[in-house]
Design a protein around this ligand. Structure first.
Ligand code: PLP
Length: 393
């Protein structure tokens, strides 16, 4: 008997446990400290009312013989896939329902999609980045090449002619940097992927935060993407579904490698290993796409973006350089005086009782940077920024 020895190559994920430990120790030594957390990547506003009502109605249906639902289609109910397809038409993207696969969230699909690719593929991953891309490939034993995100490229790495890869991860708006690719930049990636027979895994989990109409929310807004890209999206940040769990993945039919349609492979994978998202949750997700759902989710997103704006305005005032904060719930600031990420973390914690996330935890290129999130309460954001002004003025 042999275990998957690739697991021994995973780095222990110390980031959030180290943060929690440091905060708890500080709190124990300073019980009166009023600690403000701007480090969390989870939403804090409750579910939109329309979603709750839709799920209440669906729950009631489940208790009545005539409307009870057992196993559903593994790839999601038609009503939700149709609603997702309709949402894409806002950006002039035409998808058919059978190109959309409903799942329990983007994280699962980002990991599971690797089932359809050979372990011999080389993977190109930005640094810094959402750690799931790295860890899922380490588990499978794939060769990983990193591409540098840094101040020079605005944390938006671009294709390099001499770097060859089969699978490319792009995340826009980006976690942790908040950077967003424009259409010309994504076009370069799409052309590169088509030229090299590579597949782009495009993580659009934060698309709902894009308010600038000139920026692409979907990679399929780019010509040529249907032959080279899979898109992952989520209701988590868009509609507060982090605990409710729903997302979707788009695999266009024209995406063919070695003569095989990846759409067919993914359908086979999902029907074999997945039994679908609960009917009740899918009805809740469907409500997001109604007129009232749009209004209510938009209110929440605008609330978070308002927080981001307050943080960005404070950093502007203090002359602290940052990325993101617009079209994104993340603000990626450069630690003043060339401080290291963890030193900056300690300073904020002990001097002004504000908690964020050290950039170094997202990759080597994150050293010297720091992530603040806009998911907190307005009151706390304002208070934290007053403390920033006192400390850095
Ligand atoms: N992709 C990115 C970039 C994320 O930051 C997250 C969650 O924080 C996810 C995907 C996971 O989303 P979900 O809750 O749908 O699994």
């Amino acid at each position: 008997m042999k275990i998957n020895s690739n697991y021994s190559n995973l780095k222990d994920s110390y980031l959030f446990s180290t943060i929690a430990k440091k905060v708890n120790e500080y709190k124990a030594a300073n019980p009166d400290a009023d600690i403000i957390r701007l480090g969390i990547g989870d939403v804090t506003l409750p579910l939109p009312k329309v979603c709750v009502e839709a799920m209440e109605k669906a729950s009631a249906e489940m208790g009545v013989k005539e409307t009870f639902k057992g196993y559903g289609e593994e790839q999601g109910y038609g009503f939700l896939r149709t609603a997702v397809a309709k949402y894409y038409t806002n950006r002039n993207v035409v998808l058919s329902d059978d190109e959309i696969f409903i799942s329990d969230g983007a994280k699962s699909d980002l990991g599971n999609i690797l089932d359809v690719f050979s372990v011999d593929n080389t993977v190109l991953i930005p640094d810094p980045v959402y750690p799931v891309y790295v860890d899922t490939n380490v588990m499978a034993g794939r060769n990983i090449v990193f591409m540098n995100g840094n101040e020079e490229n605005g944390f938006l790495p671009m294709p390099q002619a001499d770097v060859k890869a089969d699978i490319i991860y792009l995340c826009s708006p980006n976690n942790p940097t908040g950077a967003v690719y424009n259409k010309a930049q994504l076009k370069e990636w799409v052309d590169y992927a088509n030229r090299n027979d590579a597949v782009i895994l495009f993580d659009a989990a934060y698309e709902a935060f894009i308010m600038d109409d000139t920026l692409p929310k979907s990679i399929y807004e780019i010509e040529g993407a249907r032959t080279c890209a899979i898109e992952f999206c989520s209701f988590s940040k868009k509609a507060g579904f982090t605990g409710t769990r729903c997302g979707y993945t788009v695999v266009p039919k024209e995406l063919v490698r070695e003569g095989v349609a990846l759409n067919k492979m993914w359908l086979r994978r999902q029907t074999t290993k997945f039994n679908g998202v609960p009917y009740i949750v899918q009805r809740g997700a469907e409500a997001v796409f109604t007129e009232e759902g749009y209004k209510q989710t938009q209110e929440n997103i605008e609330y978070y973006l308002g927080n981001a704006k307050i943080i960005a305005a404070t950093l502007d005032e203090l002359g602290i350089k940052y990325f993101g904060g617009k079209n994104s719930p993340y603000i990626w600031l450069k630690c003043p005086d060339n401080m290291k990420s963890w030193d900056f973390f300690d300073m904020l914690l002990t001097k002004i009782n504000v908690v964020g996330t050290p950039g170094q935890g997202f990759g080597e290129n994150g050293e010297g940077f720091f992530r603040l999130t806009a998911f907190g309460s307005r009151e706390n954001v304002i208070k934290a920024m007053e403390r920033f002004k006192n400390l850095f003025a």
